[in-house]
Design a protein around this ligand. Structure first.
Ligand SMILES: [Zn+2]
Ligand SMILES: [Zn+2]
Length: 260
């Protein structure tokens, strides 16, 4: 599998990046490329189009319905409905229970009863869905709104014939769901929005230190830190993570990609 960062700015679009969006891709046995978009936060649909034709996306999965994770679903919905020749009515959009209602509330549409041309499918705890050879399983995580992490098992692109595990935290603090998502991940994409000593309240986000602790307990092989708000110094977050996790750590930046 290959992960490409579309946008990684935490909580809002920043000067150097859109808000959260990630592209996870792999090829099946006959060489067909499969593409799963994780989150479409504020500003992300623009840079996504520099990486992939929207018609080529096979599925979208939204970790939760905060605007920095789903606002640009509006762009996708308009594209699907109005781009001449685009046939995207089978494109599944997986997400929280309220996703269809949120889409209706946000979307430009001549028909207020229309959900647009996207097919919304609510996540079910521990119930996997398939995107080509990738099997994705959602688990509830800990955030002020209904939020999900995603564990994806798919072809290993480094060791052909074997499988690889990708784990995405979504927005969360430490919780049992995150433990299930992250266990033994080959690549753990994990948010680290808060900083130790600065953001004292719990149940919303991880800090670099807590992300490192999760990675360590999960025995994750590689970590990518994401969702840092524009006012964080990435060096501070990285330093926190390295206090708790001894493996390789990267800080996400737009267009960076990782093969695993
Ligand atoms: Zn967020
Ligand atoms: Zn959030």
């Amino acid at each position: 599998m290959r992960l490409t960062i579309v946008g990684c700015s935490g909580s809002l679009a920043g000067p150097a990046s859109s808000a959260s969006s990630y592209l996870l891709q792999t090829r099946d046995k006959v060489g067909r490329l499969w593409s799963l978009v994780l989150d479409l936060g504020s500003g992300a649909f623009g840079p996504l189009q520099t990486l992939i034709q929207p018609e080529a996306v096979d599925a979208v999965a939204l970790s939760h319905l905060h605007p920095d994770h789903c606002a640009d679903l509006t762009g996708l919905a308009v594209y699907a409905k109005y781009r001449p020749g685009a046939v995207m009515d089978t494109l599944p959009v997986y997400g929280p229970a309220d996703t269809a209602r949120q889409l209706k509330a946000m979307q430009y549409s001549a028909d207020p009863n229309s959900e647009g041309d996207l097919r919304v499918v609510p996540f079910q705890e521990g119930e996997p869905f398939q995107v080509g050879p990738m099997v994705a399983t959602p688990y509830r995580v800990l955030h002020p709104v209904e939020a999900w992490g995603l564990r994806v098992v798919g072809p290993n692109s480094v060791r052909p014939g074997r499988t690889s595990v990708f784990a995405f935290s979504g927005d969360t603090d430490e919780c049992p769901g995150l433990t299930k998502v992250a266990a033994g991940a080959d690549l753990l994409l994990i948010e680290a929005a808060f900083q130790e000593g600065r953001d004292a309240f719990r149940g919303v986000h991880l800090t670099g230190l807590r992300a490192g602790r999760v990675a360590s307990q999960a025995q994750a092989k590689r970590v990518v830190l994401t969702h840092l708000p524009p006012w964080n110094d990435p060096a501070d977050t990285l330093q926190e993570t390295e206090m708790a996790y001894a493996g390789p750590v990267h800080v996400a930046r737009p267009r960076a990609s990782y093969v695993f």
